[in-house]
Design a protein around this ligand. Structure first.
Ligand SMILES: [Zn+2]
Length: 470
Protein backbone atom coordinates (compact mmCIF):
# COMPACT_ATOMS: atom_id res chain seq x y z
CA UNK A 1 0.00 0.00 0.00
CA UNK A 2 1.27 3.48 -0.79
CA UNK A 3 2.28 5.72 2.07
CA UNK A 4 -0.71 7.76 3.26
CA UNK A 5 -0.49 11.16 4.78
CA UNK A 6 -1.15 10.51 8.43
CA UNK A 7 -1.41 13.68 10.44
CA UNK A 8 -0.80 14.12 14.12
CA UNK A 9 -3.85 14.48 16.39
CA UNK A 10 -4.95 18.09 16.29
CA UNK A 11 -8.01 20.24 16.48
CA UNK A 12 -10.03 19.63 13.33
CA UNK A 13 -10.74 22.67 11.24
CA UNK A 14 -12.49 20.86 8.34
CA UNK A 15 -16.11 19.71 8.53
CA UNK A 16 -14.84 16.17 9.17
CA UNK A 17 -11.77 13.92 8.97
CA UNK A 18 -11.04 10.19 9.11
CA UNK A 19 -9.47 9.39 12.47
CA UNK A 20 -7.73 6.29 13.84
CA UNK A 21 -9.83 4.91 16.72
CA UNK A 22 -6.77 3.94 18.78
CA UNK A 23 -6.51 6.82 21.27
CA UNK A 24 -2.75 6.25 21.58
CA UNK A 25 -2.40 6.96 17.85
CA UNK A 26 -5.30 9.22 16.83
CA UNK A 27 -3.80 9.95 13.39
CA UNK A 28 -6.17 11.83 11.09
CA UNK A 29 -6.61 11.65 7.32
CA UNK A 30 -8.49 13.81 4.84
CA UNK A 31 -11.99 12.60 4.01
CA UNK A 32 -11.00 11.95 0.41
CA UNK A 33 -7.98 9.83 1.24
CA UNK A 34 -8.78 6.33 -0.13
CA UNK A 35 -7.77 4.39 2.95
CA UNK A 36 -9.43 1.68 5.05
CA UNK A 37 -7.02 1.22 7.97
CA UNK A 38 -4.67 3.61 9.75
CA UNK A 39 -1.39 3.60 7.81
CA UNK A 40 0.52 4.44 10.98
CA UNK A 41 -0.73 1.71 13.35
CA UNK A 42 -3.15 -0.48 11.35
CA UNK A 43 -6.10 0.55 13.54
CA UNK A 44 -9.63 0.99 12.21
CA UNK A 45 -10.80 4.45 11.20
CA UNK A 46 -13.88 6.44 12.00
CA UNK A 47 -15.22 9.72 10.75
CA UNK A 48 -14.80 12.48 13.25
CA UNK A 49 -16.96 15.51 12.64
CA UNK A 50 -16.55 19.05 13.87
CA UNK A 51 -19.88 19.22 15.72
CA UNK A 52 -19.26 22.77 16.94
CA UNK A 53 -19.97 24.01 13.41
CA UNK A 54 -23.47 22.60 13.45
CA UNK A 55 -24.86 25.22 15.72
CA UNK A 56 -28.13 25.32 17.59
CA UNK A 57 -29.53 21.88 18.34
CA UNK A 58 -33.16 23.00 18.58
CA UNK A 59 -32.95 24.67 15.18
CA UNK A 60 -31.47 21.47 13.75
CA UNK A 61 -34.32 19.38 15.14
CA UNK A 62 -36.88 21.74 13.62
CA UNK A 63 -35.12 21.70 10.27
CA UNK A 64 -35.17 17.88 10.23
CA UNK A 65 -38.85 17.65 11.05
CA UNK A 66 -39.71 20.32 8.40
CA UNK A 67 -38.11 18.08 5.77
CA UNK A 68 -41.10 15.73 5.93
CA UNK A 69 -42.88 18.16 3.56
CA UNK A 70 -39.84 18.95 1.38
CA UNK A 71 -39.45 18.19 -2.35
CA UNK A 72 -35.64 17.95 -2.22
CA UNK A 73 -34.88 14.33 -3.28
CA UNK A 74 -32.40 14.04 -0.40
CA UNK A 75 -35.27 14.52 2.03
CA UNK A 76 -37.06 11.44 0.68
CA UNK A 77 -34.13 9.42 2.08
CA UNK A 78 -34.10 8.54 5.77
CA UNK A 79 -30.31 8.93 5.64
CA UNK A 80 -29.70 12.10 3.59
CA UNK A 81 -32.46 13.87 5.51
CA UNK A 82 -29.86 14.13 8.33
CA UNK A 83 -27.09 15.41 6.03
CA UNK A 84 -25.78 17.99 8.54
CA UNK A 85 -24.28 15.00 10.38
CA UNK A 86 -22.91 13.26 7.27
CA UNK A 87 -19.33 13.83 6.02
CA UNK A 88 -20.31 15.17 2.60
CA UNK A 89 -20.75 18.66 1.23
CA UNK A 90 -23.97 19.92 -0.32
CA UNK A 91 -22.80 19.21 -3.86
CA UNK A 92 -22.07 15.50 -3.17
CA UNK A 93 -23.32 13.18 -5.97
CA UNK A 94 -25.56 11.27 -3.56
CA UNK A 95 -26.66 7.79 -4.65
CA UNK A 96 -29.98 6.91 -3.08
CA UNK A 97 -32.78 4.36 -3.27
CA UNK A 98 -34.73 6.30 -0.61
CA UNK A 99 -33.41 4.09 2.18
CA UNK A 100 -34.31 4.46 5.84
CA UNK A 101 -37.83 5.68 6.66
CA UNK A 102 -38.49 2.30 8.27
CA UNK A 103 -41.41 1.60 10.64
CA UNK A 104 -41.21 1.44 14.41
CA UNK A 105 -43.80 -1.13 15.54
CA UNK A 106 -45.19 -2.10 18.90
CA UNK A 107 -44.86 -5.87 19.37
CA UNK A 108 -47.33 -6.82 22.13
CA UNK A 109 -46.90 -10.60 21.81
CA UNK A 110 -43.13 -10.31 21.64
CA UNK A 111 -43.24 -7.99 24.67
CA UNK A 112 -45.24 -10.55 26.71
CA UNK A 113 -42.89 -13.30 25.56
CA UNK A 114 -39.92 -11.30 26.92
CA UNK A 115 -41.68 -10.34 30.17
CA UNK A 116 -42.01 -6.65 29.21
CA UNK A 117 -44.95 -4.24 29.39
CA UNK A 118 -44.04 -2.91 25.96
CA UNK A 119 -41.50 -3.60 23.25
CA UNK A 120 -40.91 -1.59 20.09
CA UNK A 121 -39.36 -3.11 16.99
CA UNK A 122 -37.52 -0.90 14.50
CA UNK A 123 -37.72 -2.87 11.26
CA UNK A 124 -34.65 -2.10 9.18
CA UNK A 125 -35.65 -5.04 7.00
CA UNK A 126 -38.09 -2.61 5.34
CA UNK A 127 -35.20 -0.94 3.50
CA UNK A 128 -35.00 -1.13 -0.35
CA UNK A 129 -33.01 -4.39 -0.51
CA UNK A 130 -34.56 -5.79 2.67
CA UNK A 131 -31.81 -5.09 5.20
CA UNK A 132 -30.27 -2.31 7.28
CA UNK A 133 -27.16 -2.41 5.07
CA UNK A 134 -28.79 0.03 2.63
CA UNK A 135 -28.49 2.90 5.08
CA UNK A 136 -24.70 2.50 5.05
CA UNK A 137 -24.35 1.60 1.38
CA UNK A 138 -25.93 4.85 0.22
CA UNK A 139 -23.07 6.79 1.84
CA UNK A 140 -20.28 4.31 0.95
CA UNK A 141 -21.23 4.17 -2.73
CA UNK A 142 -21.58 7.95 -2.79
CA UNK A 143 -18.02 8.15 -1.45
CA UNK A 144 -16.88 5.72 -4.19
CA UNK A 145 -18.34 8.14 -6.77
CA UNK A 146 -16.70 11.12 -5.02
CA UNK A 147 -13.34 9.31 -5.25
CA UNK A 148 -13.83 8.41 -8.93
CA UNK A 149 -13.71 4.63 -8.36
CA UNK A 150 -14.94 2.43 -11.22
CA UNK A 151 -15.47 -0.77 -9.23
CA UNK A 152 -16.79 -1.41 -5.73
CA UNK A 153 -16.21 -4.70 -3.93
CA UNK A 154 -17.19 -6.37 -0.67
CA UNK A 155 -17.15 -9.71 1.10
CA UNK A 156 -20.44 -10.63 2.60
CA UNK A 157 -22.64 -13.12 4.34
CA UNK A 158 -25.26 -11.99 1.80
CA UNK A 159 -27.08 -8.85 2.89
CA UNK A 160 -24.11 -6.56 2.25
CA UNK A 161 -23.53 -7.93 -1.22
CA UNK A 162 -27.20 -7.53 -2.14
CA UNK A 163 -27.11 -3.94 -0.94
CA UNK A 164 -23.80 -3.07 -2.60
CA UNK A 165 -24.98 -4.62 -5.87
CA UNK A 166 -28.12 -2.47 -5.81
CA UNK A 167 -26.39 0.83 -5.03
CA UNK A 168 -23.58 0.16 -7.52
CA UNK A 169 -26.23 -0.54 -10.14
CA UNK A 170 -27.93 2.72 -9.23
CA UNK A 171 -24.64 4.63 -9.55
CA UNK A 172 -23.55 2.88 -12.77
CA UNK A 173 -20.50 1.35 -11.10
CA UNK A 174 -19.26 -2.23 -11.50
CA UNK A 175 -19.76 -4.36 -8.37
CA UNK A 176 -17.83 -7.47 -7.37
CA UNK A 177 -19.00 -9.50 -4.39
CA UNK A 178 -17.15 -12.35 -2.68
CA UNK A 179 -19.31 -14.95 -0.99
CA UNK A 180 -18.39 -18.13 0.88
CA UNK A 181 -19.66 -20.92 -1.41
CA UNK A 182 -22.77 -22.70 -0.21
CA UNK A 183 -23.21 -20.62 2.94
CA UNK A 184 -25.53 -17.94 1.62
CA UNK A 185 -29.32 -18.08 1.48
CA UNK A 186 -30.57 -18.32 -2.10
CA UNK A 187 -32.66 -15.16 -1.73
CA UNK A 188 -29.65 -12.99 -1.01
CA UNK A 189 -27.64 -14.56 -3.82
CA UNK A 190 -30.52 -13.94 -6.24
CA UNK A 191 -30.57 -10.26 -5.30
CA UNK A 192 -26.89 -9.72 -6.14
CA UNK A 193 -27.36 -11.45 -9.49
CA UNK A 194 -30.41 -9.41 -10.37
CA UNK A 195 -28.73 -6.09 -9.54
CA UNK A 196 -25.96 -7.02 -11.98
CA UNK A 197 -22.99 -7.69 -9.68
CA UNK A 198 -20.21 -10.14 -10.49
CA UNK A 199 -20.71 -12.83 -7.85
CA UNK A 200 -17.54 -14.74 -6.93
CA UNK A 201 -18.27 -17.87 -4.89
CA UNK A 202 -15.12 -18.56 -2.89
CA UNK A 203 -13.98 -21.89 -1.49
CA UNK A 204 -13.57 -20.75 2.10
CA UNK A 205 -15.47 -19.02 4.88
CA UNK A 206 -16.38 -15.39 5.39
CA UNK A 207 -13.07 -14.58 7.03
CA UNK A 208 -11.19 -15.89 3.97
CA UNK A 209 -13.29 -13.60 1.75
CA UNK A 210 -12.47 -10.71 4.03
CA UNK A 211 -8.72 -11.29 3.64
CA UNK A 212 -9.03 -11.33 -0.16
CA UNK A 213 -10.96 -8.08 -0.12
CA UNK A 214 -8.16 -6.39 1.78
CA UNK A 215 -5.74 -7.47 -0.95
CA UNK A 216 -8.07 -6.20 -3.70
CA UNK A 217 -8.31 -2.83 -1.95
CA UNK A 218 -4.68 -2.19 -2.89
CA UNK A 219 -5.78 -1.70 -6.52
CA UNK A 220 -6.39 2.03 -7.14
CA UNK A 221 -9.49 1.58 -9.35
CA UNK A 222 -11.26 -0.48 -6.67
CA UNK A 223 -13.16 0.88 -3.69
CA UNK A 224 -13.83 -1.46 -0.76
CA UNK A 225 -17.29 -1.15 0.76
CA UNK A 226 -16.83 -3.67 3.57
CA UNK A 227 -18.00 -3.00 7.09
CA UNK A 228 -14.52 -1.70 7.89
CA UNK A 229 -15.38 1.26 5.61
CA UNK A 230 -16.06 4.24 7.90
CA UNK A 231 -18.47 5.86 5.42
CA UNK A 232 -20.89 2.96 5.89
CA UNK A 233 -21.04 3.59 9.61
CA UNK A 234 -21.94 7.23 8.86
CA UNK A 235 -25.07 6.24 6.95
CA UNK A 236 -25.98 3.50 9.41
CA UNK A 237 -25.80 5.82 12.40
CA UNK A 238 -28.79 7.78 11.08
CA UNK A 239 -31.11 5.04 12.36
CA UNK A 240 -30.48 6.50 15.82
CA UNK A 241 -31.71 9.90 14.59
CA UNK A 242 -34.77 8.40 12.91
CA UNK A 243 -35.64 6.34 16.01
CA UNK A 244 -35.43 9.43 18.20
CA UNK A 245 -37.73 11.38 15.88
CA UNK A 246 -40.16 8.42 15.99
CA UNK A 247 -39.92 8.36 19.81
CA UNK A 248 -40.65 12.12 19.97
CA UNK A 249 -37.11 12.53 21.35
CA UNK A 250 -37.85 10.45 24.49
CA UNK A 251 -34.69 8.38 24.95
CA UNK A 252 -35.54 4.66 25.45
CA UNK A 253 -33.93 2.86 28.39
CA UNK A 254 -32.54 0.09 26.17
CA UNK A 255 -31.69 -0.36 22.50
CA UNK A 256 -30.88 -3.96 21.54
CA UNK A 257 -29.27 -5.01 18.25
CA UNK A 258 -28.04 -8.28 16.71
CA UNK A 259 -24.27 -8.80 16.88
CA UNK A 260 -22.50 -10.20 13.81
CA UNK A 261 -19.79 -8.00 12.40
CA UNK A 262 -20.80 -5.48 15.11
CA UNK A 263 -21.19 -2.66 12.57
CA UNK A 264 -24.70 -1.98 13.81
CA UNK A 265 -23.69 -1.51 17.44
CA UNK A 266 -20.83 0.72 16.31
CA UNK A 267 -23.06 2.87 14.13
CA UNK A 268 -25.98 3.18 16.52
CA UNK A 269 -23.61 3.91 19.40
CA UNK A 270 -21.98 6.67 17.36
CA UNK A 271 -25.33 8.12 16.32
CA UNK A 272 -26.56 8.38 19.90
CA UNK A 273 -23.23 9.80 21.08
CA UNK A 274 -23.44 12.58 18.47
CA UNK A 275 -26.98 13.42 19.54
CA UNK A 276 -25.74 13.62 23.13
CA UNK A 277 -22.73 15.78 22.19
CA UNK A 278 -25.04 18.14 20.28
CA UNK A 279 -27.42 18.40 23.23
CA UNK A 280 -30.30 16.84 21.25
CA UNK A 281 -30.63 14.16 23.95
CA UNK A 282 -29.48 14.24 27.56
CA UNK A 283 -28.58 10.61 28.21
CA UNK A 284 -27.63 7.52 26.21
CA UNK A 285 -29.85 4.45 26.00
CA UNK A 286 -28.14 1.27 27.24
CA UNK A 287 -26.97 -0.39 24.01
CA UNK A 288 -26.75 -4.20 24.01
CA UNK A 289 -25.72 -6.60 21.25
CA UNK A 290 -26.85 -10.23 21.00
CA UNK A 291 -24.83 -12.93 19.23
CA UNK A 292 -25.63 -16.51 18.29
CA UNK A 293 -23.90 -18.98 20.64
CA UNK A 294 -21.94 -20.63 17.82
CA UNK A 295 -20.60 -17.27 16.56
CA UNK A 296 -20.13 -15.27 19.74
CA UNK A 297 -16.53 -14.04 20.02
CA UNK A 298 -17.55 -10.65 21.43
CA UNK A 299 -20.00 -12.12 23.95
CA UNK A 300 -17.27 -14.56 25.05
CA UNK A 301 -14.85 -11.67 25.54
CA UNK A 302 -17.49 -9.57 27.31
CA UNK A 303 -18.14 -12.38 29.79
CA UNK A 304 -14.44 -12.34 30.74
CA UNK A 305 -14.08 -8.56 31.20
CA UNK A 306 -13.12 -7.41 34.68
CA UNK A 307 -15.13 -4.84 36.63
CA UNK A 308 -12.72 -1.98 35.91
CA UNK A 309 -12.75 -2.82 32.19
CA UNK A 310 -16.56 -2.75 32.20
CA UNK A 311 -16.52 0.75 33.68
CA UNK A 312 -13.88 1.96 31.22
CA UNK A 313 -11.28 2.65 33.93
CA UNK A 314 -9.01 -0.04 32.48
CA UNK A 315 -8.37 -0.43 28.73
CA UNK A 316 -9.96 -3.25 26.74
CA UNK A 317 -7.86 -6.25 25.74
CA UNK A 318 -5.79 -5.65 22.60
CA UNK A 319 -6.86 -8.86 20.89
CA UNK A 320 -10.02 -10.90 20.84
CA UNK A 321 -10.15 -14.68 20.54
CA UNK A 322 -11.92 -15.36 17.25
CA UNK A 323 -14.22 -18.32 16.51
CA UNK A 324 -12.53 -20.54 13.91
CA UNK A 325 -15.64 -22.20 12.44
CA UNK A 326 -18.69 -20.14 13.38
CA UNK A 327 -21.91 -22.18 13.55
CA UNK A 328 -25.42 -20.78 13.40
CA UNK A 329 -28.45 -20.96 11.13
CA UNK A 330 -28.69 -17.18 11.45
CA UNK A 331 -26.36 -16.70 8.47
CA UNK A 332 -26.46 -12.88 8.63
CA UNK A 333 -24.50 -13.00 11.89
CA UNK A 334 -22.37 -16.08 11.22
CA UNK A 335 -19.06 -14.30 11.72
CA UNK A 336 -16.15 -15.58 13.78
CA UNK A 337 -13.82 -12.57 13.50
CA UNK A 338 -15.89 -9.37 13.53
CA UNK A 339 -13.84 -6.43 12.30
CA UNK A 340 -15.67 -3.72 14.23
CA UNK A 341 -15.52 -5.38 17.65
CA UNK A 342 -13.47 -2.74 19.38
CA UNK A 343 -15.44 0.29 18.20
CA UNK A 344 -18.67 -1.55 19.04
CA UNK A 345 -17.58 -2.72 22.46
CA UNK A 346 -16.43 0.79 23.34
CA UNK A 347 -19.88 2.19 22.49
CA UNK A 348 -21.68 -0.60 24.37
CA UNK A 349 -19.59 -0.17 27.52
CA UNK A 350 -19.95 3.61 27.46
CA UNK A 351 -23.74 3.20 27.45
CA UNK A 352 -23.85 0.58 30.23
CA UNK A 353 -25.11 -2.19 27.91
CA UNK A 354 -24.10 -5.83 27.53
CA UNK A 355 -23.06 -8.37 24.90
CA UNK A 356 -24.59 -11.82 25.39
CA UNK A 357 -25.20 -14.94 23.32
CA UNK A 358 -28.40 -16.91 22.70
CA UNK A 359 -28.94 -20.50 21.49
CA UNK A 360 -30.28 -21.64 18.12
CA UNK A 361 -33.45 -22.81 19.87
CA UNK A 362 -33.93 -19.39 21.51
CA UNK A 363 -33.40 -17.59 18.18
CA UNK A 364 -35.89 -19.81 16.37
CA UNK A 365 -38.61 -19.42 19.03
CA UNK A 366 -38.13 -15.65 19.21
CA UNK A 367 -38.36 -15.39 15.45
CA UNK A 368 -41.67 -17.24 15.43
CA UNK A 369 -42.95 -14.96 18.20
CA UNK A 370 -42.03 -11.81 16.23
CA UNK A 371 -43.90 -13.39 13.33
CA UNK A 372 -47.02 -13.71 15.52
CA UNK A 373 -46.92 -9.93 15.86
CA UNK A 374 -47.29 -9.79 12.07
CA UNK A 375 -43.66 -8.80 11.60
CA UNK A 376 -41.40 -10.90 9.38
CA UNK A 377 -37.68 -10.75 10.12
CA UNK A 378 -34.71 -12.92 9.27
CA UNK A 379 -33.28 -15.28 11.93
CA UNK A 380 -30.34 -13.03 12.87
CA UNK A 381 -32.75 -10.21 13.74
CA UNK A 382 -34.59 -12.45 16.21
CA UNK A 383 -31.50 -12.66 18.43
CA UNK A 384 -32.73 -9.31 19.78
CA UNK A 385 -36.00 -10.65 21.20
CA UNK A 386 -34.27 -13.83 22.41
CA UNK A 387 -31.61 -11.69 24.10
CA UNK A 388 -34.11 -9.27 25.65
CA UNK A 389 -35.97 -12.23 27.20
CA UNK A 390 -32.69 -13.34 28.80
CA UNK A 391 -31.76 -9.82 29.93
CA UNK A 392 -35.20 -9.42 31.54
CA UNK A 393 -34.72 -12.75 33.34
CA UNK A 394 -31.28 -11.56 34.50
CA UNK A 395 -32.87 -8.27 35.70
CA UNK A 396 -30.60 -6.14 33.48
CA UNK A 397 -33.85 -4.98 31.83
CA UNK A 398 -36.87 -4.31 34.08
CA UNK A 399 -40.38 -5.18 32.93
CA UNK A 400 -41.50 -1.55 32.73
CA UNK A 401 -38.36 -0.24 30.98
CA UNK A 402 -38.78 1.26 27.51
CA UNK A 403 -37.04 -1.14 25.14
CA UNK A 404 -36.38 -0.87 21.46
CA UNK A 405 -35.10 -3.79 19.36
CA UNK A 406 -33.58 -3.29 15.93
CA UNK A 407 -34.61 -5.92 13.38
CA UNK A 408 -31.97 -5.90 10.69
CA UNK A 409 -33.36 -8.01 7.84
CA UNK A 410 -36.58 -9.05 6.15
CA UNK A 411 -38.09 -12.55 6.55
CA UNK A 412 -38.03 -13.13 2.79
CA UNK A 413 -34.22 -13.07 2.93
CA UNK A 414 -34.34 -16.62 4.26
CA UNK A 415 -37.74 -18.28 3.70
CA UNK A 416 -36.38 -21.84 3.80
CA UNK A 417 -35.41 -21.39 7.48
CA UNK A 418 -39.01 -20.39 8.22
CA UNK A 419 -40.55 -23.34 6.36
CA UNK A 420 -38.19 -25.76 8.08
CA UNK A 421 -38.98 -24.32 11.53
CA UNK A 422 -42.73 -24.63 11.04
CA UNK A 423 -42.46 -28.12 9.55
CA UNK A 424 -40.19 -29.38 12.33
CA UNK A 425 -37.25 -30.01 9.97
CA UNK A 426 -34.90 -27.21 11.05
CA UNK A 427 -31.45 -28.74 11.60
CA UNK A 428 -28.04 -27.27 12.44
CA UNK A 429 -25.24 -29.48 11.12
CA UNK A 430 -22.49 -30.17 13.56
CA UNK A 431 -19.10 -31.26 12.19
CA UNK A 432 -17.94 -34.34 14.06
CA UNK A 433 -21.17 -34.66 16.06
CA UNK A 434 -24.86 -35.40 15.63
CA UNK A 435 -26.87 -32.64 13.88
CA UNK A 436 -28.91 -30.43 16.22
CA UNK A 437 -32.63 -30.52 15.44
CA UNK A 438 -34.69 -27.48 16.47
CA UNK A 439 -38.15 -28.51 17.67
CA UNK A 440 -40.21 -25.32 17.67
CA UNK A 441 -42.84 -24.53 20.30
CA UNK A 442 -44.76 -22.39 17.81
CA UNK A 443 -44.72 -24.74 14.82
CA UNK A 444 -47.34 -24.07 12.18
CA UNK A 445 -46.97 -26.68 9.46
CA UNK A 446 -49.27 -26.64 6.43
CA UNK A 447 -52.24 -29.06 6.70
CA UNK A 448 -53.74 -31.16 3.95
CA UNK A 449 -57.46 -30.39 3.97
CA UNK A 450 -60.28 -31.83 1.82
CA UNK A 451 -61.82 -29.44 -0.71
CA UNK A 452 -65.03 -28.82 1.27
CA UNK A 453 -66.25 -25.93 3.40
CA UNK A 454 -66.90 -28.29 6.33
CA UNK A 455 -63.34 -29.64 6.26
CA UNK A 456 -61.85 -26.14 6.22
CA UNK A 457 -64.08 -25.01 9.13
CA UNK A 458 -63.06 -28.12 11.07
CA UNK A 459 -59.36 -27.38 10.37
CA UNK A 460 -59.79 -23.78 11.58
CA UNK A 461 -61.52 -25.00 14.76
CA UNK A 462 -58.75 -27.53 15.35
CA UNK A 463 -56.04 -24.88 14.83
CA UNK A 464 -57.85 -22.64 17.34
CA UNK A 465 -57.79 -25.47 19.90
CA UNK A 466 -54.08 -26.03 19.31
CA UNK A 467 -53.43 -22.36 19.97
CA UNK A 468 -52.17 -21.71 16.47
CA UNK A 469 -54.78 -19.04 15.78
CA UNK A 470 -55.73 -16.14 18.01
ZN1 LIG B 1 -3.49 4.67 14.10
Amino acid sequence: MTEKTARAPEIITEKAVQRCIDPACGATYDLNERIYLCSRCGGTLEISQNLSEIGDATALRKRWSARAASRDPRDASGVWRYRELLPFDDAAPFVTLFEGNTPLYHGPRSARYCGLDDLRLKHQGCNPTGSFKDTGMTTAVTQAVVLGARTVVCASTGNTSASLAAYAGRAGLRAGVLLPRGQISSGKLAQSLDYGALVCEIDGNFDDCMRLIQELGEDPSIYVANSINPFRIEGQKTVAFEMMEQCAWQVPDHVVVPGGNMGNSTAIGKGFQELLDLGLIHRLPKLSAIQAEGAAPVANLFAKLKADQLTGEMPLPEVMETVENPRTLATAIKIGAPVSWKKALRAILRSGGKVIAVSEQEIAEAKAMIGRDGIGCEPGSATTVAGIKKLVAAKHIRSHDSVLAVLTGNMLKDPSYVSHYHSGTLVLDSPGGPPQRIVGSFQNAPKTVAATKAAILAALAQAGKEGNLP
